[in-house]
Design a protein around this ligand. Structure first.
Ligand SMILES: NC(=O)C1=CN([C@@H]2O[C@H](COP(=O)(O)OP(=O)(O)OC[C@H]3O[C@@H](n4cnc5c(N)ncnc54)[C@H](OP(=O)(O)O)[C@@H]3O)[C@@H](O)[C@H]2O)C=CC1
Ligand SMILES: O=C(O)[C@@H]1CCC=N1
Length: 276
């Protein structure tokens, strides 16, 4: 399987790292591009694959897709339509175009790609880079079973792949795509206040990071439920009960809902903003 990545950045870099580590693709079967020569150089040395840049060769994207079975597009949502419009004449008809972009619909992509070009929309998250990611995957119309399997194989070794309808991708952004940032924010806040309470900053950061990691691993154990795990930490009238009460009395439930609704809403807005 030949894989081309247009826009080898943070998200597609995480996907590539996970896929290489899992053996889903071989480095010699990957070609990738970036906009700037500096990013190309950095990504090539980071991942050990061939990376060309538009800065050095304005036909770089066209050359990169010449033999591609899967074209993973990792440019920003605002750049999707222009990138695909430019690329369209060079795609092999059977190449599957896989998007990771928030808010760019398959209808928008289909409008600028050759008729019948197979399209798969996904919403991944960056923990794929360490083999613990999530990918919501919505194959477009006309994508064969074999093509869906090939795209799925790219992610499967490095995370949980959840087939969804395209309309559900806004919920996947809110629940998984953006969600690592919520956890990182919580870790930041815990570490910062631990330091304010008198711990040295490095120890507080290390404690927050190890706690998030440990809690994540416990959540992944067979049959684990977040609520039961939380209650096991909460001794009656103990310290945790006081902390959890403070969170809930402070409106954390509503706050999480509002944050996730804001992410999903932005995804929908981008569909309008960056539509073809
Ligand atoms: N970051 C995340 O956690 C997630 C991101 N996504 C989606 O991933 C996509 C990329 O985001 P992210 O990885 O954060 O962004 P990055 O800026 O890290 O990556 C974008 C990449 O695209 C390159 N690029 C820009 N224009 C072109 C072009 N015309 N041709 C080839 N390459 C180009 C950039 O090169 P250069 O560096 O030279 O500008 C860069 O390598 C977005 O659509 C986003 O919605 C989805 C889920 C999670
Ligand atoms: O913030 C964003 O728009 C992208 C999509 C999900 C995570 N990062």
């Amino acid at each position: 399987m030949k894989l081309t990545i247009l826009g080898l950045g943070t998200m597609t870099g995480a996907i590539l790292a996970g896929a290489l580590e899992a053996g889903a693709v071989r480095a010699e079967d990957v070609t990738a591009t970036t906009r700037s020569a500096a990013s190309a150089e950095k990504a090539a040395s980071q991942h050990g694959v061939t990376v060309t840049s538009q800065e050095r060769d304005e036909r770089a994207n066209h050359a990169a897709v010449a033999e591609a079975d899967i074209v993973l597009v990792g440019v920003k949502p605002k750049d999707m339509v222009a990138t695909l419009t430019d690329l369209a004449p060079s795609l092999r008809p059977e190449a599957v175009v896989v998007s990771v972009a928030a808010g760019v619909t398959s209808a928008t992509m289909a409008a600028v790609l050759p008729a019948g070009q197979p399209i798969v929309r996904t919403m991944p998250n960056t923990p794929l880079t360490v083999g613990s990611g999530v990918v919501g995957m919505a194959p477009g119309p006309g994508v064969t079973e074999e093509q869906t399997t090939a795209v799925r194989a790219l992610f499967e070794g490095s995370g949980l792949v959840v087939p969804v309808a395209e309309e559900q991708l806004s919920a996947v952004v809110a629940t998984a795509g953006s969600a690592p940032a919520y956890v990182f924010l919580l870790a930041e806040l815990i570490a910062a206040h631990g330091a304010e309470m008198g711990l040295d900053a490095a120890s507080a950061e290390a404690m927050a990071a190890a706690t998030v990691k440990g809690a994540g691993i416990m959540l992944q154990q067979e049959g684990a439920r977040a609520e039961a795990l939380r209650k096991a930490v909460m001794s009656p009238n103990g310290t945790t009960e006081k902390a959890v009460e403070a969170f809930l009395d402070g409106g954390m439930g509503d706050l999480v809902n509002r944050a996730m609704d804001a992410a999903a809403q932005r995804d929908k807005e981008m569909a309008e903003e960056f539509g073809a």
